[in-house]
Design a protein around this ligand. Structure first.
Ligand code: SF4
Length: 711
């Protein structure tokens, strides 16, 4: 390990520790960090191939600006930063602060996120800053807040190893969070049971004791039915429910109305009654149960209710905050959690405070000494691009994300950028579908060059450390934001010299007024607490070991929350949420008879800007495909191995037909990764319906009516 730099994988929310080193021949070698408490030395194939993805081919190395003829030219940093600052200032002066916006990313480090949020909400005075985490995690955020009073995952990965039963809901963990799945597989060898709830039969199902291939979108019926079953069979912790929760009766009434009869639930969910009851009995029988859920739950027009229907079952049994049990949201991106902690969502403030709470706004504004503070929630991702298209928002700064590929109704996102007066993109890659619409391109540092922190799915803060020099003129995202903020006249709030300076300010904000003797600080404010990290020296920051928040004054972290039954709602109680089951927003019909589900494949990441460089990773699946049932292929007139066109009312794409054997009749699956940089007409985002969950604003990526035709 000598000479290796301890850093963190930039891909999924497992947040594996990585040891990286530049070898004598210039190649980068990586290994799992055996000391890191989230992976103990394990890496999946994507993490293991990181060294193959750090070359400079395709990198954006210098600032660029588009001229009056629409041509991009190299510019100096001063020219580019002036154009961004002058453009934002002019639009704010003419149209007010809500005419500008930021669209950021779970790829950013916490320090980058912090300063972008501070600039938008505290200095420009707009809450129009949202993140691509809206597309994957916001239903879990909203569900946590409704149930616990705080956006928090109560447990830790260790719970999976201590569980008797692991329930995976809407998660192909074997492919999407492989190292976590390795930990689950190990505990299964020790006798734990595994239930997988997923319309698709995925690699994850191969290890399952029971697979429930539920009809897409029926999760709330399934878990409402479980709640009723548990209650009727006396499987509840009455003492816990009485002392620490509220509103059980309303939740039970709603559940019973939808799902009081298991036979009816089985029919609606499209599973065998025997299998449904087997799941209910397994859940009833095993005290130490972890229900792990991911995008199959979140990416839905009823995603927040799905999350709460799962949490309700755990609350009824008092199964959370103790070893081996709890509802567990796993995040898609490496720093979806860190972004949430510093207010990266349009409806949140830094340190998990609430934009709509005047006390919270006062805490943040006072701490920042900022001239103003946004007082109303800003536009969520899909709304934000609608506002760009309608010219209500006239300037947008996109950092580290590719919305022209990843947003639903992605062609509309493209038109939105074409309508925009000023599009600024900070990125590590020069040519992307989104950067094609930029007026200013700003080169950012990438993994291996950046310095800062990320937080993974179990609240573990880890360092990303640099081991490569900054390429070309690339700068850290936080530095670029501060450069613009100073040009806007906000020097005082943005005089940071290092990522450490920003982290310390963030940690201090989590403590500010927490011990206010007046007692007027809401309980929710006290949970995200970075304790002793608010006084880290540069040396201590450089040496920071992975730690799970809340962090105590002595620097030690917290494995589990809520074990004492004290929650973050004002009265200290958790809430059952009455979840009313409803079908996905758009039903298949004559013109679009099939249901499109989207997701990841094992060896690629997002829009492939990094993983697409590795021949080893491309060897797994090398082109976009549409996985469908042979019967549907026959009806559609397409054959396995041939190209087909997939249409929805929002757009079309081309992909090769595949029969994996794991797809229910009536459904198709298309991966999210390919885009126009790799193959023409390959953006599945162009097909996806733009309907969102009314509470979280998360799009319904898992349920779009489509038809498939010969190419
Ligand atoms: Fe990286 Fe996720 Fe693989 Fe771990 S499991 S190495 S975090 S991609």
């Amino acid at each position: 390990m000598t000479g290796r730099v301890a850093t963190t994988c930039p891909y999924c929310g497992v947040g594996c520790g990585v040891l990286a080193r530049v070898e004598a021949d210039g190649a980068v070698s990586v290994a799992g960090d055996p000391e890191h408490g989230s992976n103990f030395g394990r890496l999946c194939v994507k993490g293991a191939a990181l060294g193959e993805t750090v070359d400079l081919e395709g990198r954006l190395l210098h600032p660029q600006m588009r001229d009056a003829n629409g041509v991009l030219h190299r510019a100096t940093w001063d020219e580019a930063l002036d154009r961004v600052a002058n453009g934002f200032r002019r639009i704010v002066d003419q149209h007010g602060p809500d005419a500008v916006a930021f669209y950021v990313s779970g790829q950013l480090l916490t320090e980058d996120y912090y300063v972008a949020n501070k600039l938008a909400k505290g200095y420009l005075g707009t809450a129009n800053i949202d993140t691509n985490s809206r597309l994957c995690m916001s239903s879990a955020v909203a569900g946590h807040k409704r149930a616990f009073g705080e956006d928090v995952v109560p447990g830790c990965y260790e719970d999976l190893e201590q569980a008797e039963l692991v329930v995976l809901v809407g998660s192909n963990t074997a492919w999407c969070h492989p190292v976590l799945f390795q930990r689950i597989a190990k505990v299964k060898e020790g006798g734990a049971r595994l239930v997988v709830i997923d319309p698709r039969s995925t690699a994850t199902c191969e290890s399952a004791d029971l697979h429930l291939p539920i009809k897409p979108g029926t999760d709330v019926w399934l878990f409402n039915g479980l709640l009723v079953f548990l209650f009727q069979h006396g499987v509840m912790d009455a003492e816990f429910v009485d002392a620490h929760t509220g509103e059980l009766n309303a939740a039970l009434a709603a559940a019973a109305a939808d799902a009081g009869d298991p036979a009816q639930v089985a029919r609606i969910c499209g599973v065998q009654l025997g299998d449904l009851l087997a799941f209910y009995r397994l859940f009833a029988r095993h005290e130490r149960t972890v229900s792990l859920f991911s995008q199959g739950v979140n990416q839905s027009s009823s995603g927040t209710d799905k999350v709460n229907s799962i949490i309700n079952c755990h609350l009824l049994c008092g199964r959370l905050g103790k070893p081996g049990m709890g509802p567990f949201s796993i995040t898609g991106q490496p720093n979806a959690m860190g972004g949430r902690e510093v207010g990266g969502l349009a409806n949140m403030l830094a340190a998990h405070m609430d934009l709509q709470d005047a006390t919270h706004r006062d805490i943040v504004q006072t701490f920042w000494s900022s001239p103003r503070i946004a007082s109303q929630p800003g536009l969520k991702a899909v709304e934000l691009f609608d506002a760009l298209l309608e010219k209500r928002v006239k300037a947008v700064w996109i950092m580290g994300t590719n919305p022209v590929v990843s947003l639903p109704d992605a062609d509309r996102a493209k038109r939105a950028l074409q309508a925009c007066e000023l599009v600024v993109c900070s990125d590590i890659i020069e040519r992307t579908d989104t950067n094609a619409h930029a007026h200013v391109l700003l080169p950012a540092l990438g993994w291996g060059e950046k310095d800062g922190t990320v937080t993974n799915s179990e609240r573990r803060i880890s360092r990303q450390r640099p081991f490569l020099p900054a390429p070309g003129e690339a700068r850290a995202d936080w530095r670029i934001v501060c450069d613009v903020a100073r040009r806007l006249g906000f020097a005082e709030g943005f005089n940071f010299e290092s990522a450490r300076d920003i982290f310390v300010e963030h940690a201090r904000l989590t403590l500010f007024r927490n011990h206010d003797a007046s007692g007027d600080v809401p309980a929710a404010r006290r949970l995200l607490n970075l304790g002793g990290l608010g006084s880290l020296s540069q040396q201590a920051y450089d040496a920071l070991q992975p730690v799970q928040w809340p962090v105590h004054e002595d620097g030690t972290g917290t494995h589990r929350l809520f074990g004492a039954g004290h929650f973050a709602h004002g009265d200290g109680r958790a809430r059952f949420v009455a979840t009313v089951a409803r079908s996905p927003a758009n039903a298949p019909g004559r013109e679009y008879p099939l249901v499109l589900n989207t997701g990841r494949v094992r060896d690629q990441w997002h829009t492939m800007t990094r993983t697409g460089k590795s021949p080893r990773l491309a060897g797994h699946i090398s082109e976009p495909f549409v996985d469908m049932h042979p019967r549907d292929a026959l009806h559609s007139g397409v054959r396995e191995g041939e190209l087909a066109r997939v249409h929805s009312q929002w757009g079309a794409m081309v992909a090769r037909v595949r029969h994996s054997g794991g797809i229910l009749a009536g459904n198709v699956f298309v991966p999210i990764h390919w885009n126009d940089q790799f193959a023409s007409d390959a953006r599945v985002g162009g097909l996806v319906n733009p309907v969102v969950d009314p509470v979280s604003g998360e799009p319904e990526f898992k349920h779009t009516p489509v038809r498939v035709e010969p190419f």
